[in-house]
Design a protein around this ligand. Sequence first.
Ligand SMILES: NC(=O)c1ccc[n+]([C@@H]2O[C@H](COP(=O)([O-])OP(=O)(O)OC[C@H]3O[C@@H](n4cnc5c(N)ncnc54)[C@H](OP(=O)(O)O)[C@@H]3O)[C@@H](O)[C@H]2O)c1
Length: 306
Amino acid sequence: MANKRLVTVIGATGAQGGAVVQSLIQTGKYQIRGLTRDAKSEKALSVAKLSDQVEMATCDINKREDLERAFKDSWAVYALTNFSIQPEVEIQQGKLMADVTDSLKIPYLIFSTLENVDKLSNGQLNVPHFTQKALIRDYIKEKHPNLKVIYVQSAFYMQNWQNRSKPQKLPDGTIVFASPLDQKATLHIGDADDTGPIVREILENPEKLVGQDICICSEEICFEDISKVFTKVTGIPSISKTLTEEEFRGTTSFLPKLIQDDLFYMYKWFEQYGCFGKHKDWTTGKQLTHLNTFEDWLKKTGWKGQ
Ligand SMILES: NC(=O)c1ccc[n+]([C@@H]2O[C@H](COP(=O)([O-])OP(=O)(O)OC[C@H]3O[C@@H](n4cnc5c(N)ncnc54)[C@H](OP(=O)(O)O)[C@@H]3O)[C@@H](O)[C@H]2O)c1
């Protein structure tokens, strides 16, 4: 283990980082340092138990000294930030990650980003959890031009339907995918677990991909086809329902207004520009490795809509 390259993974107990840890273990090539706010938590201990290639370390990504300790001796860092309604919090996390990576002369940083919705929509749409990540990327490019960074961009996770965008079940058993999206709107979607294979492929030959954006997106699919694919795979009747803004705000009334706005305008961004903007090649991840389509994911998980 001592001779293996060390890859440090932020968010190792979460969706993206957890998938990265799993895939890197399978290669048998790396020592993996997974970061969490509490290395003794049940979640963290269950990740540590996966393999003796994994060590879990406590690190608060808001603190420079924690990042310095956690990133030390890494060959590569997988970095993501957490959305905060205070923009400066998320932006500061990302800046710190890049500053520390550069100051410790870590060879590669893989940074999870998204697009600048404000700029690309000419100020028409405000989706801070996207734009904040893009502003971090601008900062990295400007302040750390020599840092070797590969950017990944996750599409809308299919897993969102299992938690934050859970469909309703009607009394007759029909599953209702409800979003403020036109039936013909194109959704870019991806299996969050595919973050793992993508990072594994990037690390096979990082030099080739330095400076590039890799989209973790398996397909673009019309909103109306989500329910059709669901029914085809599961045999359960299903519809895609377009919510008005008022209906959407009703279903998300438990969230602070700022977050409701962020999510509502995210759907409008998807409708008008797609997840990655009009001009980006969303197939870059698919060109590196197999990524699960919605059909693959339904078969893999056996998810029945609840
Ligand atoms: N949902 C989507 O469709 C989607 C699509 C693209 C991008 N994203 C972005 O993905 C990001 C979240 O990634 P995810 O979905 O992988 O996360 P997640 O499953 O929500 O888990 C969050 C992870 O971050 C860790 N964490 C939280 N606060 C931390 C702190 N202060 N210091 C250190 N670690 C901390 C948590 O670890 P502990 O709890 O163990 O401390 C956990 O591992 C967000 O920025 C979101 O905007 C989401």
